[in-house]
Design a protein around this ligand. Structure first.
Ligand code: ATP
Ligand code: MG
Length: 417
């Protein structure tokens, strides 16, 4: 089946609102075995929408599925129903049931009834109404010459409900339950995307099932595995097998799957071992503590954090000798080490992490350029310090420094006892 989605709204084409409906729909459709061939975003404007819909009605790819969201509201700038009626020669007719439902909503809520609300009761001839218990605008389903058009409201919560309750069951019937597509994402930290790609090159051939690809987001390089099968159980088994083959190739860079992120993984490891953590932050300014405390249940292992930005704070709060800072500079291996060791001893934790670096854009020197960061981990087996030379702007340097610190701890926690 040829599948297209269309998001309608000038707030989407202008960039004021991010089109989250499209990505949500693509993922839901994938679970039904339907891969979106094309997605189009159009403004609230009659001409372009009618033109686009006409190309769909004349496209020889059949059967075709078109899922439209947005532009079903009561105001004149909502043009989806008119455009569908025009493009598919299905003139609008008032639907008595819809009219009743809309009048009833207004009566119940004690709202004034403006006549333009009745626009929402207009449905293209031959279309089936898709009720909207979460809002006023009903959706509709029009099938013409094996082109199946579903129109839903743009309001995400209304659309989610309508898709799940009204559209998905119809799609299952249309496709006869065909294929299931399931996904698993293996996240890695520490290598660039091209290196990860090379490592798993044999799995990334085009047209393979399961299909394997890489993506980069939030400092992680992720390997996405998509399996297509007749049943969910089969697709799951394929994912398991593929993940088992990929994991050894990724080795210790593989931090976890799907919803796992470095803070969650570290939290799980620490909680399981009943061990505790404190952090001393300079260049990350609290970001590392934020990442850790974003994890629900962090109080089980996270004891305290010190943001020691100035040299004297490093001395006063962490006991870093002033001489050490004078001799090596605040951004140095010995100071990172002393920060972690100092905090570990005052906080009395199993581990302490520290960060000190130059996040830029100013403050760099030829010997200590922007992006130079030292991270240290003090623990029962001694102290490890790593030097990072991070590319990018201030945000990226701070984010990478915090993630690298978490990863240093993760690797320590994975070592055999
Ligand atoms: P309806 O679909 O009920 O006709 P509408 O288009 O008339 O909705 P709008 O006011 O344009 O109503 O949109 C309602 C809300 O839904 C707005 O907050 C809008 O930004 C949001 N929205 C619309 N389309 C999308 C989308 N594709 N992704 C995310 N949010 C969206
Ligand atoms: Mg709109």
């Amino acid at each position: 089946m040829h599948v297209e989605t269309i998001s309608i709204g000038s707030e989407l084409t202008s960039g004021a609102t991010v089109d989250t409906n499209a990505s949500w729909l693509a993922r839901q459709l994938a679970r039904l075995g339907l891969a979106v061939a094309r997605h189009t975003t159009l403004p609230d404007s009659m001409g372009p929408l009618v033109t686009h819909l006409r190309t769909l009605s004349t496209n020889p790819a059949r059967p075709a599925l078109v899922i439209v969201t947005g532009g079903l509201g009561p105001t004149l700038d909502d043009i989806t129903r008119e455009a569908v009626a025009d493009a598919f020669d299905a003139p609008l007719q008032e639907n008595a049931d819809c009219r009743q439902v809309i009048e009833e909503i207004f009566r119940k809520r004690g709202w004034n009834f403006a006549a333009n609300n009745l626009r929402q009761a207009l449905i293209p001839t031959g279309a089936e109404v898709l009720p909207n218990p979460r809002g006023t605008a009903p959706g509709f389903y029009l099938a013409r010459d094996d082109v199946h058009v579903f129109c839903m409201p743009g309001v995400p919560l209304e659309m989610f409900g309508m898709f799940t309750e009204q559209v998905a069951p119809r799609l299952r019937q249309l496709t006869g339950g065909g294929t299931v597509i399931l996904e698993r994402v293996l996240h890695t930290f520490g290598l660039g995307e091209s290196t990860v790609g090379e490592t798993i090159a044999a799995h990334m051939e085009r047209g393979r099932n399961p299909e394997v690809g890489t993506t980069v987001a939030d400092g992680l390089v992720s390997v996405r595995v998509r399996a297509r099968a007749a049943t969910e159980a089969e697709a799951l088994a394929m994912l398991d097998l593929e993940a088992q083959a990929l994991a050894p190739l990724l080795g210790e860079t593989h931090i976890g799957n799907d919803d796992d992120r470095l803070p969650q993984v570290v939290a799980r490891l620490l909680a399981a071992r009943h061990e505790t953590l404190a952090v001393a932050e300079s260049c990350t300014g609290g970001l590392l503590s934020k990442m850790i405390t974003d994890v629900p249940g962090a109080s089980a292992f996270f004891i305290e954090a010190a943001v020691t930005y100035a040299d004297r704070a490093k001395t006063a709060l962490l006991g870093v000798p002033a001489d050490l800072i004078r001799q090596h500079g605040a951004v140095s291996e010995p100071v990172a080490r002393a920060m972690a060791e100092g905090l570990r001893s005052t906080a009395g934790t199993t581990y302490a992490l520290s960060t000190t670096g130059i996040a830029g854009p100013t403050g760099g020197t030829p010997t200590k350029p922007v992006g130079l960061v030292f991270i240290a981990l003090a623990g029962p087996r001694g102290t490890t310090v790593a030097q990072l030379n991070l590319p990018g702007d201030r945000d990226r340097i701070r984010q990478r420094a915090a993630l690298a610190a978490l990863n240093l701890l993760r690797l320590e926690l994975l070592k055999p006892e």
